[in-house]
Structures are given as structure tokens and as C-alpha cells.
Design a protein around this ligand. Structure first.
Ligand code: MG
Length: 159
């Protein structure tokens, strides 16, 4: 097998008093993702897509939120560690595609910066990373801006 695909998904509550870090970029918003780490649901979903494609344990298993070592962790480090793990397993990143569903922070004005940052962390060109925002049409518990849900898909190629 020369290529494999992976799927990742993550949800975080958006709460007052937390920086709004998504896709490795701090967004200007009054609420930020709650979590044991910095709560960056975009990077977490990408990690799980990569690890899943390589057939490795998921993010929560590798970096448990019961482990004080990861309290307040910069999720960029979790993504770097996930890339190292898939490299070690003989895979490299082909491309990553991400959908961010939220009615909290606006995504569109920050897409280019997020793509560049994620690409830098993955060690790929920015055109190998796509990120887009979706609103929720006023439906469900996320629709009042109380949370963010992220889906990520990736392609891995044999090293
Ligand atoms: Mg998470």
C-alpha cells in the first residue's frame, strides 16, 4: 500500500477567559476552547487523522488528559509529535483537509494564516493544507457559539 487516508474529529467547548487558539493561530474572540491542553481542536483533529491513517493509537491514548505533562500544552507540540510518529511508522503527509464548524470565532479572515501555520508544523507546502469554516445554520448546541467541532481528513504517502 503506497497511500492511506485518515479521518479525525474533535469538539471543544468555548469558554470565557481562555485564548481562542485554533489551527495554531490565536483568533480575536472573547471565548476560547476549554481543555487540558490549549484546546486547539483543529490541531487535535489533524493529529487523529494522521495517527489513524498510519494505524497508530489516537491522540487521547498517546497524550492522555490525565497526564500533568500535557496540562496547558501547546498543541503544536502534539502535532509535531504525531508527525514524528507517522514518519517513524514509514509515512509522510500528502495533504490535509479540515472543516471547522462553529458560530463562535470567524474563520474566513484567518484561513490563510492557519493554513500557513499548519503547513509549517506538518512540514508541507501551504497548498497541501486546506481549512474552511462552516456555520451551523442556527441548529444544535454549538449554534450559539458555545463550541467548536472540527473534522479533518488526510492522505499519507509511503516514505
Ligand atoms: Mg481535543
Amino acid at each position: 500500500m503506497k497511500i492511506r487516508t485518515g479521518l479525525g474529529f474533535d469538539v471543544h467547548r468555548l469558554v470565557e477567559g481562555r485564548p481562542c487558539i485554533l489551527g495554531g493561530v490565536e483568533l480575536p474572540h472573547h471565548r476560547g476552547p476549554d481543555g487540558h491542553s490549549d484546546g486547539d481542536a483543529v490541531l487535535h483533529a489533524i493529529c487523529d487523522a494522521l495517527l489513524g491513517a498510519a494505524g497508530l493509537d489516537d491522540l487521547g491514548t498517546r497524550f492522555p488528559d490525565t497526564d500533568p505533562a500535557w496540562k496547558g500544552a501547546d498543541s503544536a507540540n502534539l502535532l509535531r509529535a504525531s508527525v514524528a510518529a507517522i514518519n517513524e511508522a514509514g509515512w509522510k503527509v500528502g495533504n490535509v483537509d479540515v472543516v471547522i464548524a462553529t458560530e463562535g470565532p470567524r474563520i474566513a479572515p484567518h484561513r490563510a494564516q492557519m493554513r500557513a501555520r499548519v503547513a509549517e508544523l506538518l512540514g508541507v507546502d501551504a497548498d497541501a493544507v486546506n481549512i474552511k469554516g462552516k456555520t451551523l445554520e442556527g441548529l444544535g448546541a454549538l449554534a450559539d457559539g458555545a463550541g467548536v467541532a472540527v473534522g479533518a481528513n488526510c492522505l499519507l504517502e509511503r516514505l
